[in-house]
Design a binder for this molecule. Structure first.
Ligand SMILES: Cc1cc2nc3c(=O)[nH]c(=O)nc-3n(C[C@H](O)[C@H](O)[C@H](O)COP(=O)(O)OP(=O)(O)OC[C@H]3O[C@@H](n4cnc5c(N)ncnc54)[C@H](O)[C@@H]3O)c2cc1C
Length: 549
């Protein structure tokens, strides 16, 4: 199933096939929720189509904190159900995507005045609910052990705990669900927007889909339509003429990225400033990101960027937690902002609003899945499928296959991930690929790294960096286009390679080479190459500090 062609030709074929044959299910939205749902439906044998108006993970699903987490925080809200479900899901994802769900030891420091006993009870309870393994179970640490791993943490540190979370690449996890869905028969297309819903005799019968690349419009008919558009959920409900039954509360979360040598944190640490502001710092490769804000958002939905107030707020917390480092705005390498699509609760601030999900049904029959988390997407799909079964009047079975079938990058030919990673890293290094690129590639692609090596065998230039010092190699662009449906430079540099957020220059030095390779494969004219580069430069400004862009 790995390395199926999933490029422009497959996209067009999927759109045409959707028009020809009525579907059982049309999914609107290619974030984690929509891609996970399409995969579930395909694995149950339904005729399913998915359309995404820009690109897989274009919305919140590439702008999260990138944690597959057990939800220890939800214990404080007494949300035992969510803890159980999240903890169960991280086990499942560790099984079906070990190449994308990496263990992350998390420090929880205590300061003078904190009650160690209270937190100990909390962590013990969490371990029990989560069914933590011996390696995952919390440990008590002395102040000097915490200091060793987060040397610049503020005083008066008295000790703390270590517990285990998991870090992922949210955009890749989303894409691999789309790939898996397509591999099991789903018709999947990005850059295809639903512009209106088709309602006949008061009943929803499909959607009007516009190809955002050539402007062509198509009617896609489906027995059931699911709105999985996250922050756009209310807007999409409105396209079926009825208002949404509840409001979506958008909460904006902002992250700041630093070099790990400016903000030394070995793995991850929960932060609490003397003023009580809470957050976290997470190591990824040679960077550490800090998050996050949780503030109601009322502005536009497209490509939200970190605003000055949120940047100041997160930076202030970082400064207060690591006072000796003298961090300033000049140390911020990149920023990103995402919108949490929460279900509004009367009188509750965003931070206190539950992360649970709900399925709404409009009078015309549109099903909308709203709320939720990256971690629990598979269970969300399962809940939606119950409603789909009701609409279809069919028993669709259960979703055990989504917990058993590996995601494409996890097909490692029987090798465990650590063995695969070490062997693959050694091969890349032997072929002269720089260490930073090797670390990135083996962390991100799983089995896809083998495909890159095969390209390198056919022509070693595919293993050359996109630009001097770039942590991405030329072959990644080719695979993004041919096997991951990347159709624009932003698709490639933001959501396939991750250079937009995780590189010192937002991938700008790599952009011309990437545009040349992609342009060659996609038939871009010179004018199109220039337009793609201009659009990408604009995008990169959004990932910089606003006043440095
Ligand atoms: C700051 C922040 C941090 C977070 N951290 C975590 C975390 O660490 N762990 C965790 O588990 N969860 C986390 N979450 C939550 C998680 O990221 C979201 O719940 C999840 O990504 C939402 O996915 P989605 O698919 O519902 O929405 P989205 O990812 O936004 O996807 C919706 C898609 O619908 C498409 N769309 C919209 N309108 C149309 C249309 N008319 N036609 C076709 N397509 C359309 C959009 O382009 C978009 O791609 C975080 C959220 C935020 C904001």
């Amino acid at each position: 199933m790995t390395n199926l062609p999933f490029g422009p030709a497959e996209r067009l074929a999927a759109l045409e096939a959707m028009t020809r044959q009525p579907l059982d299910l049309l999914v609107i939205g290619g974030g984690i929720t929509g891609c996970g749902l399409a995969r579930d439906a395909a694995l149950r044998g339904l005729a399913v189509g998915l359309v995404e108006k820009v690109d897989f993970a274009y919305g919140t699903s590439s702008r999260s904190s990138k944690l597959v987490h057990g939800g220890v925080r939800y214990l404080a809200y007494g949300d035992v159900g969510l803890v159980r479900e999240s903890a169960h899901e991280r086990k499942v994802l560790g099984r079906i995507a070990p190449h994308l769900v990496h263990p992350l030891p998390f420090l929880f420091p205590l300061f003078r005045g904190d009650s160690a006993a209270k937190f100990r009870v909390g962590f013990s309870m969490f371990d029990k609910l989560a069914g933590s393994t011996r390696q995952e179970r919390h440990r008590v640490l002395k102040a000097n052990e915490i200091r060793e791993r987060a040397p610049a943490l503020r005083d008066p540190l008295t000790g703390g705990f270590e517990f285990t979370e998991y870090i992922t690449d949210d955009a890749r996890l989303t894409l691999e669900n789309a790939l898996s869905a397509a591999g099991h028969g789903a018709l999947v297309a990005n850059h295809a927007a639903v512009t209106s819903l088709l309602v006949e005799d008061g009943r929803l019968v499909g959607a009007h889909v516009r190809d955002e690349l050539d402007g062509a419009t198509r009617d896609v008919r489906a027995a059931v339509v699911v709105n999985a558009t996250g922050p756009w959920a209310e807007e999409t409900v409105g396209r079926g003429r009825s208002p949404a039954p509840k409001h979506v509360l958008l909460s904006k979360g902002v992250h700041l990225l630093f070099h790990a040598d400016r903000l030394p944190v070995r793995d991850a640490v929960a932060l609490k400033s003397p003023a009580g502001r809470e957050g976290f710092a997470i190591r990824r490769w040679s960077y550490v990101y800090v998050g996050t804000s949780d503030v109601a958002h009322e502005g536009q939905l497209e490509q939200p960027v970190a605003d000055q107030a949120a940047i100041k707020d997160v930076l202030r917390m970082t400064q207060d937690c690591f006072p000796s480092l003298g961090l300033t705005e000049a140390d911020v390498v990149a920023t990103w902002a995402g919108l949490r699509p929460l279900i509004a609760e009367e009188g509750k601030a965003p931070r206190d609003t539950s992360r649970h999900d709900e399925v709404w049904r409009s009078p015309e029959g549109l099903l909308s899945i709203v709320g939720g988390k990256l971690t629990t997407y598979r269970r969300m799909a399962e809940r939606v499928m119950e409603h789909v079964g009701t609409e279809l009047g069919r028993d669709l079975g259960d979703s055990h296959l989504t917990a058993e079938v590996l995601l494409p990058g996890a097909e490692l030919g029987g090798r465990d991930f650590a063995t695969f990673r070490d062997a693959t890293a050694a091969t890349f290094s032997a072929r002269g690929v720089p260490a930073a690129a090797v670390e990135r590639i083996t962390w991100l692609y799983g089995a896809g790294a083998d495909e890159l090596l095969r390209l390198g065998e056919s022509d070693p230039t595919w293993l050359q960096p996109l630009a001097p010092g770039s942590a991405a190699v030329r072959g990644e662009v080719r695979l993004a286009v041919e096997q991951a449906m990347a159709l624009t430079l932003a698709d490639i540099l933001d959501r396939r390679t991750g250079l937009l957020l995780f590189s010192d220059d937002h991938g700008l030095a790599a952009a011309p080479a990437a545009a040349a390779i992609a342009g060659g494969l996609l038939g871009w004219s010179d004018a199109e190459v220039t337009a793609q580069l201009d659009a990408y430069r604009h995008r990169a400004r959004g990932a910089a500090l606003p006043d440095t862009g």
